[in-house]
Write a protein of this length. Structure first.
Length: 401
């Protein structure tokens, strides 16, 4: 952390995750005048490349390979305030931190990520990491997923997906396909039931990829139950309680293992702030990413109400838009950059297999490669496992990609 007594900056960025770091790095690359004028506020001491947690939970990579010190990713020329924002005072161009410091800005970028609401599923916090309950959505528990998969001896394996937005919307099903492969290798699949129980209405929102995933589900003989939301884990009985979202009736399902994707929401300090839309997310224009009511504030990434999937790939396309529009306003010029909703979901469908879904706000495929990306490919699996992490650490975070 860079020691400083300063409390006023040209630009303050709330959040030191992928969105906040890449925006800061891009700005500093494009404007030397901003050196020392950008503050990143984030309390975390570690930075994670979370897209690899699916493969960590499947025993392919170590969780440690996804972790770096936060200090190592702070761009040179930015000031890191290792504190947590607790309050926004946009009328005063000020944020308050947990230590009681008022930090003032000319421009604000909110890149605070998403909140994982472990407590909203009764019994989950008490049982996670034991009693057959696992989840890839935490560095602390991702290894418990591989423990459950590799020691699974048969019975009911449940994989859940909540009815809230989640980061990496494909991840709830990716670990299921990998688990199915593992169960076949260890010869326990024939005495197992693999079931995907989702609060969503369908397997995927883009028809082209949904059709391809349905074929995977049929080939693997996976049961799917939609519009059912996990509300309780009864660990001593090894039962999962789901609410039917149509009838509101509760349904109990027994399990030997259950991979839980907890509900998620905007961080509380955003939900209860003047920056929030009615649904709690940062209220931004979907194309310029400028705040709907405060023109010197921008939002980016998972904490916003942008109507697209919450992924790192989306952030990579949003960051240049935020950066150019902020620079335009700093220079007194009109904003010209626009975001079209591009996002990407690398859908792992087994060891060595991946469907690369890429699409925009209109749910139209926006594919990068000159072939049908709805087909399972080994090359796309290696893209996810080997190339994308390198692009993240050495391209996206330094503001080069």
């Amino acid at each position: 952390m860079e020691a400083t007594q300063r409390t006023r900056y040209k630009l303050v960025i709330v959040g030191g995750g992928s969105a906040g770091i890449s925006v800061a790095a891009r700005l500093l690359r494009q404007s030397r005048a901003l050196i020392g004028q950008i503050a990143i506020i984030d309390p975390a001491s570690k930075h994670y490349y979370q897209p690899l947690w699916t493969l960590a939970g499947a025993g392919v990579v170590s969780r440690e390979s996804t972790e770096r010190d936060e200090a190592s990713v702070i761009p040179k020329g930015a000031v890191w305030i290792q504190d947590a924002v607790t309050k926004f005072l946009p009328q005063n161009n000020t944020v308050m931190t947990a230590s009681g410091t008022a930090v003032h800005y000319d421009f604000l970028v909110v890149a605070a990520g998403i909140q994982i609401d472990w407590g909203k599923v009764k019994g989950l916090k008490e049982s996670i990491g034991k009693h057959g309950v696992c989840s890839n959505y935490s560095y602390d528990y991702v290894e418990s997923t591989w423990e459950q998969i590799r020691h699974f001896q048969g019975g009911n394996a449940l994989f859940t997906n909540p009815n809230t937005p989640v980061k990496c919307g494909g991840a709830p099903q990716k670990i299921m396909y990998l688990a199915d492969d593992s169960f076949r290798k260890t010869k326990v699949r024939s005495r197992s039931t693999v079931r995907f129980v989702s609060g969503a209405a369908a397997i995927f929102g883009v028809k082209k990829y949904a059709k391809a995933l349905q074929k995977v589900i049929e080939r693997k003989q996976i049961e799917t139950i939609f519009k059912h939301n996990l509300v309780e884990i009864v660990a001593d009985k090894k039962q999962a309680i789901f609410e039917n979202l149509d009838t509101k009736a509760q349904v109990a399902m027994p399990y030997e293992m259950i991979h839980v994707v907890p509900p998620m929401s905007a961080p509380d300090f955003i939900k209860h702030s003047p920056l929030a839309a009615a649904d709690g997310w940062v209220d931004v224009d979907p194309f310029t990413l400028q705040h709907a009511r405060f023109p010197n504030i921008f939002g980016i990434g998972d904490c916003t109400n942008l109507p697209t999937s919450k992924t790192g790939a989306a952030i990579r396309k949003q960051a240049p838009v935020v950066v150019q529009n902020v620079l335009s306003l700093l220079e007194g010029k009109p904003m010209t950059e626009r975001y079209d909703g591009y996002t990407s979901c690398p859908l792992v469908t087994g060891y060595g297999k991946l469907i690369l879904a890429e699409f925009d706000y209109e749910l139209n495929p926006r594919e990068t490669f000159p072939f049908d990306q709805s087909k399972e490919r080994l090359s796309m699996y290696w893209l996810k496992k080997e190339l994308l992490p390198r692009m993240y650490w050495h391209g996206m975070l330094p503001g080069k990609l």
